[in-house]
Ligand binder design. Structure first.
Ligand code: ADP
Ligand code: MG
Length: 561
């Protein structure tokens, strides 16, 4: 290394700056497609060769670039989208830094062909490594064609980081089809090595594009966010979210557009989790897409070189609105599904009379059984099957309720509510004490705080001896299965959604088990309680709580139809 400080030559400076923006062929596609959308295009055609390394071509039918402006367009910090620094506070275009084209030119042979709608002929310019050629007249369709040839030919190290052509291509195809979700009015197409990969015609309905991004089966599970979604928000919110029971191992398919930009936001990832709180299966992630528009001055996209993260002013308001929109949509959906499964009609008298004696078993659900004025559902409990299932009917269908799954769901929602309201657990008159082995005791120690939040207070009074001093309100009437609970705790300590998992486990071990005999009134109350749940259709582990066999299905069994 030399010890003298000297200024870098412009070519090197250009390459370093480009390095932040252009990382791989996908980055070129992003910059060019965003420019096309900013130019008001209704058709954007992307063509690639060798996964974009030999060629990225983007053709649009937008407003075009005036010939005399072409040399400027390829210069760094030249943009038509921003004129004074204060514009940075209210950006309403996708580009704004004026460095997209210049960065591409620094690491590839850039060629632009453009014609404005009222011009007789188009113009062409080529640029590479800080040098731009002369602007020449050239025939061109209305709009702009940009080609980037031989990416990173002059930066061999960068090429080494690229994956195979098909891997680079897949990234581009994935990004472009996802990006297209936010621009249903624009036709997008993708070609690779001369062959058409796909075309998405312009459509009035985003739904047509969901299958391409989520896959056909998953797209069918998506439901639109309710119309009241944007309440409490200065802006608009729409989107599609997965129905409960449909989920993935990771968050990758929780897509977010803010003012037309496809982004990641840690803040809003949290809003997905909060919105699904009692709906997602423990340890699993819902999926879908949210379209958020906010006043431009509330969004700062200028925090990341590739513009892939935003800073939101009033982020907490946005968080609350998104969380509420998701939760409300899920609740409405669950209510509708429960109504389908269990037709609600006036209660048979015999069951009403039985309700007051139910305080013991189901007390933990909070209020007396008829506190919500629902009376009983139209479900008539007929019998218990195998000490495990509740057999009931609404007169039209046979309804089977898994007694453990149903009770677990009721208890779980109670625990979550206790934690959210910071309600204290209920003190036990005679604390229950127990002693543990070293592994179990270590596992329990790690979770004491979370359990306390959920209402279960356990004290360690030395030498691996513990006592339960308070339980989630109302639990006192049931034995808590400490051994089963601890077995769950030691089983899998590295799960991500630890808190929900522990609560689910707490619920699981403090309720009716399969194989336990219940009398008619206990069963009736269980069904009542289930109906008051936010998400009555699934237990916290995602197993169904209710199965309905309608008369048609039964007729089929008897070969009547
Ligand atoms: P930015 O998008 O941040 O403004 P770019 O370097 O990507 O910076 O583009 C520079 C300018 O070139 C843009 O501001 C725009 O005026 C013009 N331009 C680029 N691409 C297109 C296009 N496809 N259609 C019309 N104008 C374009
Ligand atoms: Mg741009």
């Amino acid at each position: 290394m030399t010890s003298t400080i000297h200024l870098l030559d412009p070519q090197t400076i250009g390459q370093i700056a480009a390095g932040e923006v252009i990382e791989r062929p996908l980055s070129v596609v992003k910059e060019l497609v965003e420019n096309a959308v900013d130019a008001g295009a209704t058709r954007v055609a992307v063509a690639l060769e060798d996964g974009g390394v030999s060629l990225v071509e983007v053709v649009d039918d937008g407003i075009g670039i005036a010939p005399e402006e072409l040399p400027l367009a390829v210069r760094r910090h030249a943009t038509s989208k921003l004129s004074i620094a204060s514009d940075l506070e209210s950006i309403d275009s996708l580009g704004f830094r004026g460095e997209g084209l210049a960065s591409i030119a620094a690491v590839a042979q850039l060629e632009i062909l453009s014609r404005q709608p009222d011009a007789q002929i188009g113009a062409r310019i080529v640029a590479h490594a800080e040098r731009a050629g002369e602007v020449e007249p050239a025939p061109s369709p209305v709009g702009t064609t940009v080609r980037a040839h031989d990416l990173f030919a002059n930066v061999p190290v960068r090429r080494e980081y690229l994956r195979s052509a098909s891997a680079e291509f897949n990234r581009i195809s994935g990004w472009l089809s996802t990006f297209a979700l936010a621009y249903p009015g624009v036709t997008f197409s993708l070609h690779h090595d001369g062959k058409e990969t796909w075309t998405m015609p312009a459509t009035a309905d985003v739904r047509a594009r969901l299958a391409m991004v989520f896959g056909k089966a998953a797209a069918e599970t998506l439901m639109p966010l309710g119309a009241q979604a944007a309440r409490g928000l200065q802006g608009t919110l729409s989107g599609y979210i997965s129905t409960p029971g449909n989920d993935r191992a990771d968050r990758r398919m929780q897509l977010l557009f803010v003012n037309g930009r496809l982004l990641r936001s840690t803040l809003l990832a949290g809003a997905w989790t909060a919105g699904y709180s009692t709906f997602a299966m423990i340890g699993r992630q819902p999926y879908g897409v949210l379209f958020l528009t906010l006043p431009p001055e509330h969004v700062d996209p200028n925090v990341h070189p590739t513009k892939s993260d935003v800073r939101l002013r009033y982020g907490h308001q946005v968080f609350d609105a998104v969380k509420r929109a998701i939760a409300t949509t899920l609740r409405d959906h669950a209510t509708a599904r429960f109504r389908d499964a269990v037709t609600v009609s006036p209660a048979p008298e015999a069951m009403d009379a039985a309700l007051p004696q139910l305080q013991t078993l189901f007390e933990h659900a909070g209020e007396p059984a008829d506190a919500h004025g629902n009376g009983s559902s139209g479900l008539r409990v007929l019998a218990q099957l195998d000490s495990t299932f509740i057999l009931a009917t609404d007169g039209r269908a046979l309804v089977l309720v898994d007694q453990h799954a149903a009770h677990e769901r009721i208890a779980y929602e109670k625990i979550v509510a206790t934690a959210q309201q910071h309600a204290p657990g209920e003190a036990l008159l005679v604390p229950l004490s127990f002693e543990l082995g070293p592994a179990e005791s270590a596992a329990l120690d790690r979770t004491l705080d979370m359990l306390r939040e959920g209402g279960l207070e356990i004290e360690n009074f030395g030498e691996r001896t513990y006592r339960i001093v308070a339980t989630p309100a109302g639990y006192r009437s049931r034995a808590f299965d400490v051994a089963g609970f601890l077995e769950d705790l030691t089983e899998d300590p590295k799960q991500r959604e630890v808190r929900e998992r522990i609560w689910a486990s707490l619920a699981c071990h403090s309720v009716t088990r399969a194989g336990e005999r219940l009398d008619m009134t206990e069963m009736a109350t269980l069904v009542e309680r289930l109906q008051l749940c936010e998400n009555p259709m699934h237990c916290p582990h995602g197993r169904p709580t209710i199965v309905r066999m309608d008369s048609e299905a039964i007729q089929k069994l008897f070969k009547r139809i």
